[in-house]
Design a protein. Structure first.
Ligand code: ARG
Length: 525
């Protein structure tokens, strides 16, 4: 994917520029669609080429683009070459574009975009993602909810890219009676407790699962070993109060000190994190370990990683903290309780009310379940729209708008496309005439479908879901507009078939994207 078009353009460029095609592929990007004008399908940024070349003289990119374009020829794939602001633009043969994109979407199914040339040669890694991690004795709050949905997204994305992912829920259980019991029973106790809680319920909607439940108390003994090890390396300093610290002031922050032992000899949060990290390395031999928590723990993780480093564990650099911001104003109608069961109840109630007021709402077999799925989609989209690190103001009304850029809108679009397929069946779909999909709305959709791999690539690089969110919202807007003008009913079978094919491709990509985000698409609402 982008259906090999990028490679084909790169091959031609490679002859002219005398560079291997592999070096060029990432400089060629699908052009985002524009409301105002027709755009080319791909563009090469001359700037990024110069970066490739390590040429720092930076000649006028406009002139460079024109010179380069003159040396290139149209062929069976590229039907038009033009230049823009420092770019060379490529238009793909329309019939080929239509056919290839739609065939690829259907053929690759849930893997569409993930088999792209952008990901080729990507080494398979062992990745540990630690997320959710509530404190057993306290109630699960909004921060843990955020950690759960963000961690789930990161794990989904990494897994979809072919990595081997281990999902860990590291429970804050220090001081709990569970922790005093033997390990086997301890875990059993946790699971039982979790199963009867709203937390478990949330995991089942969201489709979240964990490969390992562990807890801080699990590292009681191992923390003592860590303290001994630190001491033997001369890194542990006793204070007059009888506590023990590690001095990290040599790492840039002169005030950085981390306490690892209380005066009674017991461990602290950071000590247990050291023990847990070392244990996970032994167990999983990970290439990357990702911790998802609120940004308040940024310094904590910085210190933990620094301590691992000075203890001589080179793999400390494989550890990464993904911090997120605070959600403000998540209040239920009863008050400002922001615990999980309240959020889930509120979602269900509000959605059921919303759905009852919509004229378009279908008679549903399981309205509760639909309400919950749509509601969670709303919550997730609201949460994933901005940078993860930003704080945001929560508003129930904004979250549940069915027309705005919300999860409700995505679910609504998915349900509508699904019902289109149900109404007209797939009988039309065997063959289709690409000439029937050449009006601007269809071409915009095809061009947008072409970009899915780039969006996945971006999110995989910075671990921010917002690229995928904004892509899916645009896709849904495009589908909405097309739905109004590209009739399926009453048209010639050839046209109807082609349009159904297009709508089916949109639904498939929409569903793929939603699932990556942790949303279960609904077929009716
Ligand atoms: N239980 C902790 C809390 O609620 C979060 C744990 C984060 N993970 C870790 N390895 N320290 O604040």
């Amino acid at each position: 994917m982008a259906c090999g078009f990028r490679r084909s353009i790169a091959c031609q460029l490679s002859r002219v520029l005398d560079l291997p095609p592999e070096n060029l592929i990432k400089s060629i990007s699908a052009v985002p669609i524009s409301r105002k004008e027709e755009v080319a399908d791909f563009q090469l940024s001359v700037d990024s080429l110069l970066e490739n070349n390590n040429d720092h003289s930076r000649p006028d990119t406009q002139v460079q683009a024109r010179k380069l374009a003159e040396k290139l020829k149209c062929d069976s794939v590229v039907s038009e070459i033009s230049t823009g602001q420092g770019t060379v633009n490529f238009k793909i043969n329309r019939e080929l574009l239509t056919k290839t994109v739609l065939q690829q979407v259907i053929k690759d199914g849930s893997k569409y975009g993930l088999k792209s040339e952008l990901f080729s040669g990507l080494p398979q890694k062992k990745i540990v993602v630690e997320f959710s991690s509530p404190n057993i004795a306290k109630k699960f709050h909004v921060g843990h909810l955020r950690s759960t949905i963000i961690g789930n997204f990161i794990a989904n994305l990494k897994e979809a890219l072919g990595h081997q992912v281990t999902r860990i829920n590291y429970l804050g259980d220090w001081g709990m009676q569970f922790g005093l019991l033997g390990t086997g029973f301890q875990l059993f106790g946790y699971e039982e407790k979790l199963q009867s809680s709203p937390l478990q319920h949330l995991f089942e909607r969201l489709g979240v699962h964990f490969d390992e439940y562990s807890g801080e108390s699990f590292y009681r003994e191992k923390s003592q070993e860590v303290l001994k090890l630190l001491d033997s390396k001369g890194l542990l300093q006793k204070t007059i109060k009888g506590t023990a610290i590690v001095d990290l002031s040599g790492n840039g922050d002169p005030s950085s000190i981390c306490t690892l032992m209380r005066s009674d000899g017991t461990s602290l949060y950071a000590t247990r994190d050291l023990a847990a990290a070392i244990d996970r390395m032994d167990k999983y031999n990970f290439d990357t370990m990702i911790y998802v928590t609120d940004k308040g723990q940024k310094k904590h993780f910085q210190q933990v990683f620094q301590m691992l480093q000075i203890m001589g564990y080179d793999w400390a650099e494989r550890c990464q903290h993904v911090p997120f911001g605070v959600v403000q104003g998540m209040k239920t109608r009863k008050g400002d309780v922001t615990f999980l069961e309240d959020v889930l109840n509120e979602i269900r109630l509000r959605m059921l009310q919303n759905m009852a007021s919509l004229k378009t709402t279908k008679v549903l077999e399981n309205p509760q379940e639909t309400a919950e799925r749509v509601g969670l989609a709303a919550l997730i989209i609201q949460d994933f729209k901005g940078l993860l690190l930003s704080d945001y103001q929560f508003s129930w009304d904004r979250v549940f708008q069915s027309r705005g850029d919300t999860g409700v809108f995505l679910q609504y679009t998915h349900a509508r496309l699904h019902s289109l397929e149900e109404t007209f069946g797939c009988g039309y779909l065997n063959d289709f005439n690409t000439a029937c999909l050449q009006e601007p709305q269809s071409v915009s959709i095809l061009q947008h479908l072409l970009r899915f791999d780039e969006v996945l690539y971006r999110s995989s690089q910075d671990l921010q879901p917002r690229h995928i969110v904004s892509y899916l919202l645009t896709l849904s807007h495009l589908a909405g507009m097309a739905h109004k003008t590209l009739y399926v009913k009453d048209g010639p079978p050839e046209v109807a078939g082609a349009r159904l094919h297009l709508f089916r491709a949109v639904r498939s990509v929409l569903a793929n994207g939603m699932k990556l985000l942790g949303i279960t698409p609904v077929c009716r609402m």
